[in-house]
Design a protein around this ligand. Structure first.
Ligand SMILES: C[S@@+](CC[C@H](N)C(=O)[O-])C[C@H]1O[C@@H](n2cnc3c(N)ncnc32)[C@H](O)[C@@H]1O
Length: 164
C-alpha cells in the first residue's frame, strides 16, 4: 500500500499549491506519509485520525506535526483555522459526508484550498475507494457549501480540489 500511496500523496501535496506560509490540516493521516511530504511546505502542520495507533505512528514519523486523536466530524479547532486542508484514502470512511464536509469548510479560511484524494472504483476496483456517483456526491455537496470545485484524475485516483 505504501508504494501505491506515495504517488497519491505527491499529487495531493502538489495540488495544494503550498508556498511555505500556510497553516495545513490533513484528515485521516494514517501512518503519516502525507504529513511527511507536507511538512517542508507548511508553516503549521496539524492532523487528525480516530485511531490511536495511527496517531502514534504519524506523530513518531513527523514530530513537528500536531496530530489529534479524533475523526473528521468534530475538529478541535476554531472557525477559519487553516489555509489548506487535505485528505487521502479516507473520505469513504467518514460517517456523515454532508456534516463532515461542512466541518472541513468551517475550519477552512476564506480563499483556502481543500484537496480530497480517493481511489475511483469506476476506473479500478482496488482497496478502499468510491464509485464515480459517490465522488460526484462529494463534489455536489462542496458546491452546495459555496466552494468552487474541480474534479481531476491521475491514474485511478480522483482529486477533488475546492477553493472557498
Ligand atoms: C486507508 S487509511 C489511509 C491513511 C493515509 N491517509 C494514507 O493514505 O496512507 C484511512 C484512514 O482514515 C482514518 N479514518 C477512519 N475514519 C475516519 C474519520 N471518521 N475521520 C478521519 N479519519 C478517519 C483511518 O483511521 C485511517 O487512518
Amino acid at each position: 500500500m505504501a508504494r501505491l500511496n506515495r504517488p497519491t500523496a505527491e499529487q495531493m501535496v502538489r495540488r495544494l499549491k503550498l508556498s511555505g506560509s500556510e497553516d495545513v490540516l490533513e484528515v485521516g493521516v494514517g501512518p503519516g506519509l502525507g504529513l511527511e511530504l507536507l511538512h517542508p511546505g507548511a508553516r503549521r502542520l496539524c492532523g487528525v485520525d480516530p485511531s490511536p495507533t495511527m496517531v502514534r505512528m504519524a506523530s513518531c514519523r513527523v514530530p513537528a506535526a500536531e496530530v489529534r486523536e479524533t475523526g473528521v466530524s468534530s475538529l478541535p479547532w476554531g472557525d477559519a483555522s487553516f489555509d489548506r486542508i487535505c485528505s487521502m484514502n479516507s473520505v469513504m470512511l467518514w460517517p456523515d459526508l454532508r456534516h463532515d464536509l461542512r466541518e472541513l469548510v468551517r475550519v477552512l479560511r476564506p480563499a483556502g484550498r481543500l484537496v480530497i484524494a480517493v481511489r475511483d472504483h469506476s476506473i479500478e476496483r482496488k482497496y478502499g475507494g468510491m464509485l464515480r456517483s459517490e465522488i460526484d456526491g462529494v463534489v455536489d455537496t462542496l458546491r452546495s457549501l459555496a466552494l468552487s470545485v474541480k474534479l481531476g484524475h491521475h491514474q485511478a485516483v480522483a482529486y477533488i480540489e475546492a477553493v472557498r
